[in-house]
Design a protein around this ligand. Sequence first.
Ligand code: ME8
Length: 638
Amino acid sequence: MSKPTYYITTPIYYSSGKLHIGHCYTTVICDAIARFKRMDGFDVFYLTGTDEHGQKVQQKAEAAGVTPKQYVDALHEQIVNLWNVLNISYDKFIRTTDEYHEKAVQKIYEKLLASGDIYKSSYEGWYCTPCESFWTESQLVDGKCPDCGREVKLQKEESYFFRLSKYQDRLIEFYEQNPDFISPKSRMNEMINNFIKPGLKDLCISRTTFDWGVKLPFDPKHVAYVWVDALANYITALGYLQEDHSLYDKFWPADLHMVGKEIVRFHTIIWPALLMALGLPMPKKVYGHGWVLFGSDKMSKSKGNVVDPVLLADRYGADVVRYYLLREIPFGSDGNYTNEALLVRTNADLVNDLGNLVSRTTAMVTQYFGGNIPRPNDYDDRDRELISLCEGALCKVRADMEALSAPDALSDIFKIIQRANKYIDETMPWALNKSGDKDRLATVMYVLCECIRFASTLLLPFVPATAQRIFAKLGLDVPTDFSGLARFGGIAEGTTVNKGDNLFNRIDVDKELKELDKLATEQTEEKEEQTEQITIEDFAKVKLVTAKVVDCQKVAKSDKLLALKLQVGDQVRQVVSGIAQYYTPEYLVGKTVVLVANLKPAKIRGVESNGMILCASDGKNVVFVTPEKETASGKEVR
Ligand code: ME8
């Protein structure tokens, strides 16, 4: 009989920067789920990859003086290396620059055009380059991108549109019929209330302002919108619209798209609508997990709070990082990362509970039975308590994983480990040895070894390298499924243990914290040194001049924008600035400001803006820059 299939995906990662420990969260969770399902009898396909197109990549490559392809090749290598370090067992790694993917995306666009789901028009909206997302004015938060809080630009261009609005009712109907499609439940309400109910607008799905993307076959000056290109990976990786589509036939629809909460919108609105337009089945579930926070911020490269997972894995082992992410971050909500919590958690669970149980047990089997696991005699009530804990564990852990809760699964597995440690204290094998009660001592040793076998079989999906080492210590083959958990008593008499090194060494938390701080500072300093430098000629391209505010008005229907009339020498020009929340128009009139005079004119909210005034911001407040002494307007600032 063929096995049931299970198709699980991570998002494909932006190859525009180094990945941090927050990114590892999605991949590590999916890895634990994929490994669990494989052992639980499923034919699993675990997909991950890199999202390599888009304006951001093109800009970064230009700044680095390399081609976009060279740029993404280097980052792709780093990402693959990170997944190797963390022991990620993906079945396929897709790159959106892979030729088969690009061709399939082109075919998808052709199909959508043929079905009338795409039309040509022009687009004006606020674009956030880092997030590759268009926003309407009302979606902006304080005039900035609602996802990442960064500056957005008003852009207008000829574009192709996808008739997303057409799918509004079908989407709602689909959610109603599939209440578990979006998990956790709170995210479903968020999607319906924040995005669907206000009304879906057609989606701009092509760009002409840059060319690092999949060219539209019917209009090659357009490239595909990166999100359509990226979302399509989930089917192109399986061979959709390709000669060999056997994987697609076997694995689609996906059982689980695991994504961070900020991209649930793309996966639960745009992606299902695209699939509806293509006439394809819907994925079964999209799970929007929370963020790994650092302080109260989402870890982000630009915020300088990045924790380097490679450094942590090199220092403590991949399983320490995996265990922490799987155990400590409450699934579905945000969780805080601190070095201290990582180290304390490692000492408590991996060193004390797991490490001690394995080293005490293997040491005692070595000391009392020459390293050969003895045959048990009659079990007493205490033994039976442990036996039933072990025999009931798979069922509990399976239910936890069904709910996708790795923290609960690990907590249930550790119940065996903790109970077994207590069992050592209660049965006092050293006293049994002293009193010569070898029969009872043999039973106690056997029960302990079996508990370790049960726990480490269940730990294989979560901390695979550690669990494998435990099997080596017990002298057992590493199981590939859970069949050995059906019955307590699977270890054959005489199996030879090998105590070897400790699984984990106790961490001196204070000392390590200082060490990690030092390493982080060194990394930051290195990064600062690497900050991109510009030449004096680059700087000379920016024309900065003093200007006097002669008039200032609020921009109609905007609580953020002011329109300032600036005297620059003998000219007056208008500049729109997003400082209405920080200054009143009256206060500004008469002040001298510094103007970027050669900025390309733009229309902001329909108001002509010729330049930009310089302001300083600490993230909360904004203050404009002004000369230290009274200076005439139109003077060059150097
Ligand atoms: O979003 N905590 O890629 P990405 C938890 N290319 N998860 C985090 C995190 C944090 N601090 N920071 C990032 C993209 N992630 C798109 C996806 S899919 C068709 C296209 C998670 O590299 C994030 O939530 O920005 C996402 O699930 C994954 O890392 C990749 O993010």
